[in-house]
Design a protein around this ligand. Sequence first.
Ligand SMILES: Nc1ncnc2c1ncn2[C@@H]1O[C@H](COP(=O)(O)OP(=O)(O)O)[C@@H](O)[C@H]1O
Ligand SMILES: CC(=O)OP(=O)(O)O
Ligand SMILES: [Mg+2]
Length: 363
Amino acid sequence: MRVLVVNTGSSSVKLRLVDPDGALADRADPPLDNGTVSAERLATEVERFSGVDAVGHRVVHGGSAFRRPTALDDEVVARLRDLTGLAPLHQPKAVSGIAAMRSVLPGVPQVACFDSMFHADLPPEAATYAIPREWREKYAPRRYGFHGISHAYAARRAGDMLGDDPGRLVIAHLGAGASLAAVRGGRSVDTTMGFTPLEGLVMGTRSGDVDPGLVLWLLREAGLDPDEVGDGLEWRSGLAGLTGSADMRDVVSRAGGDDPDAALGLAVYLHRLRAKIAAMAAALDGVDTLVFTGGVGEHQPAVRAGAADGLGFLGIGIDPEANDAASPDTEITASGARVRSLVVEAREELEIARDVRALLRPH
Ligand SMILES: Nc1ncnc2c1ncn2[C@@H]1O[C@H](COP(=O)(O)OP(=O)(O)O)[C@@H](O)[C@H]1O
Ligand SMILES: CC(=O)OP(=O)(O)O
Ligand SMILES: [Mg+2]
């Protein structure tokens, strides 16, 4: 089965055609027009992909209803659209991509795979927010967690690379969005993103954790309205808010050239990253393997080195030469370090193609 995978992130759309043996047959990276994917644009791109047997879509938020890969029909698309408020940066783009692809390839089965599904069985102590019972009963908010397709792939790949169970695994998916997962036995037991993809690490344009008291203060005392606060925290915070650029390449090179804003931005990013790696290790009772993935995780040695710096007490240590020379997939463990550190290319399309085949294969 040849699967065309549509990966709609907050900042990009990636089209990948995956052959039955898992080989990448073709790829295209069309630009986002005004934040959405138009049917016309997709039609042009898709003409070049021949022999598509099925389409797999990355959808960030599955809410509480979608815990597994799900075949798409009108009703499912409508329910995904209803989840927009929970992932305003992502869900409208995914839904527009699904609508476009269904009109361009009618009759080809289409499946949604969710970033949240890998974290669907988080232990209650990791999934539960300490808020009033009444809200928990009425709105059922929980830590959903995201980037799960990437985390699931990285966990499997780490096992292949080590030729063994990776043990207590901390995965750092560092891209435009960024999150950590604590994984044991192939299952997520904790993660840094929450009810929405805004919680946790410092990201390209997102704040990650802030004091909820700050949000209340901005609304009540500073007189901002909810849309202004949302826009600020989603689009004008993170590296962009601290340095003027959401692109880690820029930030690292300017930080090296003594730009004080870039130096502070990188320091804040790394301070949070180290703290949260330690938190994931705590959820696992220790760590055996650390994986870096995503655009920043794969291509920014300074970020990997900065993340490991100060985590020697956990047994983490990165070899400076291997780290500077690393091209994924590779190991960068320092000699004598107890924790194995790996760099893994994010291959969400392979995980999605696998899920699509498993769902559509005749039983
Ligand atoms: N080849 C590269 N070299 C250095 N940094 C990169 C490279 N590719 C991506 N990045 C960094 O990764 C971030 C984007 O992550 P990526 O995973 O590509 O995006 P997305 O989350 O949209 O899939 C940017 O901060 C960018 O600087
Ligand atoms: C969930 C998420 O933040 O995805 P991305 O990194 O693609 O924006
Ligand atoms: Mg991404």
